[in-house]
Design a protein around this ligand. Sequence first.
Ligand code: UDP
Length: 309
Amino acid sequence: MRILVTGAAGFLGSHLSRHLLGKGHSVIGIDNFITGSVYNIQDLLKKPGFEFIKYDVTNYLSVPGKLDAVLHFASPASPIDYLKFPIPTLKVGALGTHKALGLAKEKKAIFMIASTSEVYGDPLINPQHEAYWGNVNPVGPRGVYDEAKRFAEALTMAYHRYHGMQVRLLRIFNTYGPNMRLEDGRAVPNFMTQALKGRPITVYGNGRQTRSLCYVSDLIDGIYRLLLSRENDPVNIGNPHEITLLELADSIKRLTRSRSRIVFKPLPEDDPKVRRPDITRARKLLKWQPKVGLEEGLKKTITYFKTRL
Ligand code: UDP
């Protein structure tokens, strides 16, 4: 297939592009580097199957030649990033999705939207299955991301229903692994950088809020299976192993043999108290489930962070 990936220089976009090239597809990567980095695609730029275009996908999008799939992965995705870039976040989820859908329609290509567990907001049920409508504050600070992704899902479904397009709605839960930015601001990169530098490990709130962390190779495998499936309805992809943030901080401290102290900082506004994917649909439809355990994944990620610090 000839596949266009928006956000190709981002954490997930770059891992996904590499995976697609490895499967023998050719990839056109697009990124405006607002949060992506050329570091992530250095190896890809040398590969014959990879073309790269520096571009903002909220503008009119046109690509010569055939396309079999358009995968829309461009967006700030870390809470500190979308607080810093609230309007670009709304624009890439809304206008960017519209442009990417238009291109996919023109090319008769499959369209995939990288949606998120944030569509469930601060969920009132745990775990979250795809039929849950969520609990989102539209005007809170996280609303810029959550509502952009909810709009992106609604627009994608409208193109599916009205134009009969093949679409893939992928709801990504917390993911970690090599190539996350050191200054990304999310829990795993923060805790690792702090632990390795001997600085205090900053746990927000009382640390009893939960997340369920998926190692990046598992996530990419799930995404690829979803792309090749015929499933047009939303599918959660994530690891259902749920832990508290305090447990995560302790594990990272232990695995890095760090002497850092754990300190408590205020909980950001609207920070979800629990999060865990129900992956029954992914298991059944895609024959997929994560394979990499938390300790194994954290060790691999620590090795990467050590090389970058
Ligand atoms: N968090 C934390 N310390 C940090 C960064 C994040 O305790 O230095 C908490 C954050 O408040 C949230 C959880 O870790 O409860 C996961 O946050 P992250 O930014 O990784 O992503 P989110 O799941 O909120 O999108």
